[in-house]
Design a protein around this ligand. Structure first.
Ligand SMILES: NC(=O)C1=CN([C@@H]2O[C@H](COP(=O)(O)OP(=O)(O)OC[C@H]3O[C@@H](n4cnc5c(N)ncnc54)[C@H](O)[C@@H]3O)[C@@H](O)[C@H]2O)C=CC1
Ligand SMILES: N/C(=C\C=C\C(=O)O)C(=O)O
Length: 488
């Protein structure tokens, strides 16, 4: 290594309980500096074959462990993630660009909670039984793990979303092959080091790194992987659906959103404004649940807009390690350019950019000037037909528009292809129930945002996905059900 050059972090695949090198590697960047700092295995079919072999071998024993025995192991994994919280949070922030404080308070605690939650929920499932006395029969159902589960996760909440899939899959007795995003693989690799310590038998959790088209497709197309759980973009979900179709695989698809916030004139703005700034810009706007269309009732529109822009200007962009920063860097140069291009299109269409991109100055230390930073941006005077109001931007950009009536706003909120999440702000309880019911969204938060109850179904309608995740939903997905009839 030449003097002054920093050594790169080299990741390895984790197959059958062993770390294995790969024949080629891809660069992984620190989004806050734009520098390559890590090499990620560029795995392909060969590595998937090896992982399938290991998962196949581990399946008979693991699937015959009792839920109580598996629960003990999941709880140990939760303990180990908690014990490594600081190290994992530092790594997540460096790899993804998010603030260290968010990684510390949200991503890593939730990863531990995912293991602990499914360690508990797996103990409480029951099956059905019915009787047909006139035929001297009884019928009952049993659930069995599906087999080898393929788990593909995105770059925005790396360990949080990967463990949200690994935990229910292994709790139910499956063995897994997980493929994290090639852009954010580090915390998944760190998790592998905890797997053995927790007592997870070799081959139960295999993690294979690399790109979607190469290793992702090899995993999805493999005939011995009958169940695929995916979180990411809609075009990738389409491709996964095509590749799975010849094998009739079980699919769970958690996709994007174009989530509305509907703010009625009787909303408590003291609470609504900071919550809507957070729902628009948390994690750089890179959460599928982030608000990107804000509909405000006409009578309070000017006041809301003024206060919302003031509050957005206080949402500080800074180095991920800066404790006073609310937002870090976006994931990649390509993504930053894509997000900025939406602001340019809005401007060209005659919309007004009230703050952020192209309006305010970003101030960053010299070392971070090649990082992928962008100011939180508020757009107004934008038509419902604009791409900024229709497409998922997945960055710190939100549009604010006025509305007249409840009927009108429901129609407009539902007029996009997505149906993931919505927020409704009002102090009228009847209205809240009425509007929440009519919105085409799998999740509706009223007078709050992103308060999660992991027991209940999580997922979207329309192009936001297929299936739901949660205590019962993930259990149903990762198991096969069988009806048995006994004549006595
Ligand atoms: N949960 C969500 O709603 C997310 C939405 N997105 C949206 O997707 C856009 C693009 O982001 P990407 O990282 O490119 O998302 P993506 O959907 O391409 O990536 C998600 C995961 O799928 C894998 N993947 C990609 N192509 C694949 C293929 N052909 N077969 C199997 N696996 C494949 C990737 O390697 C990654 O692990 C974002 O700008 C955003 O709009 C991105 C991440 C999460
Ligand atoms: N799926 C995503 C977020 C999930 C959050 C949660 O389960 O609490 C995403 O942003 O892709």
């Amino acid at each position: 290594m030449a003097a002054g050059k920093k050594e790169l972090l080299m990741l390895e695949n984790f197959i059958g309980g062993k770390f294995l090198p790969c024949s080629s590697y891809i660069d992984s960047y620190d989004p806050s500096t734009g520098e390559v700092y890590c090499k990620v295995p560029n795995s392909g079919k060969e590595e998937i074959e090896a992982a399938v072999g290991a998962a196949r071998e581990a399946f008979p024993a693991w699937s015959s462990w009792s839920p109580q025995e598996r629960s003990v192991v999941l709880n140990r994994l939760a303990d180990l993630v908690e014990q490594s919280l600081e190290e994992l949070a530092q790594a997540e922030s460096k790899d993804q660009g998010k603030t260290l404080s968010l990684a510390r308070t949200m991503d890593i605690p939730r990863a531990a909670q995912n293991f602990r939650f499914f360690a508990s929920s797996i103990l409480h499932h029951t099956t059905e039984c019915t009787q047909m006395d006139h035929l001297s029969c009884m019928h009952y159902t049993v659930r069995t793990p599906v087999g080898i589960a393929g788990l593909i996760s995105p770059w925005n909440l790396p360990l949080y979303l990967l463990t949200w899939k690994i935990a229910p899959a292994i709790a139910a007795g499956n063995t897994v092959i997980a493929k994290p995003s090639e852009l954010t693989s580090v915390t998944a690799w760190m998790l592998c080091k905890l797997v053995d310590k927790a007592g997870v038998p070799p081959g139960v959790i295999n993690i294979v790194f690399g790109t979607g088209p190469r290793v992702g497709e090899a995993l999805v197309s493999h005939p011995e992987v009958p169940v695929i759980s995916f979180t990411g973009s809609q075009p990738t979900a389409e491709r996964i659906t095509q590749l799975s179709a010849p094998h009739c695989k079980k699919l769970s698809l958690e996709l994007g959103g174009k989530n509305p916030a509907i703010i009625f004139e009787d909303a408590n703005l003291e609470e609504c404004i900071p919550a809507t700034v957070r729902s628009s810009f948390a994690n750089q706007g890179e959460i599928c649940l982030c608000t990107s269309r804000i509909f405000v009732q006409k009578s309070i529109y000017s006041e809301f807009l003024k206060r919302f822009v003031e509050a957005t200007r206080k949402w500080k962009v800074g180095m991920p390690s800066d404790p006073s920063a609310s937002m870090g860097a976006l994931i990649s140069k390509t993504h930053l350019e894509k997000v900025r291009s939406y602001v340019m299109k809005a401007r060209a269409e005659g919309a007004q950019i009230l703050c952020g991109e192209g309006v305010d100055q970003l101030s960053l230390p010299l070392r971070n000037q090649a990082g992928y930073f962008m100011l939180p941006t508020v757009i107004t005077d934008v038509k419902d037909e604009s791409c900024c109001m229709k497409e998922e931007i997945f960055g710190p950009v939100t549009c604010v528009v006025p509305f007249d009536t409840e009927e009108d706003v429901i129609k407009r909120a539902n007029s996009v292809k997505y149906g993931l999440a919505a927020t409704v702000w009002s102090s009228n309880v009847s209205r809240i129930h009425r509007v929440a019911k009519k919105l085409q969204a799998g999740l509706v938060w009223t007078n709050c945002w992103l308060i999660r109850e992991l027991n209940l179904p999580f997922g979207g309608m329309k192009s936001s996905g297929i299936g739901r995740e949660g205590a019962k939903d993930s259990y149903d997905f990762f198991t096969e059900i069988k009806t048995i009839t006994v004549k006595h």
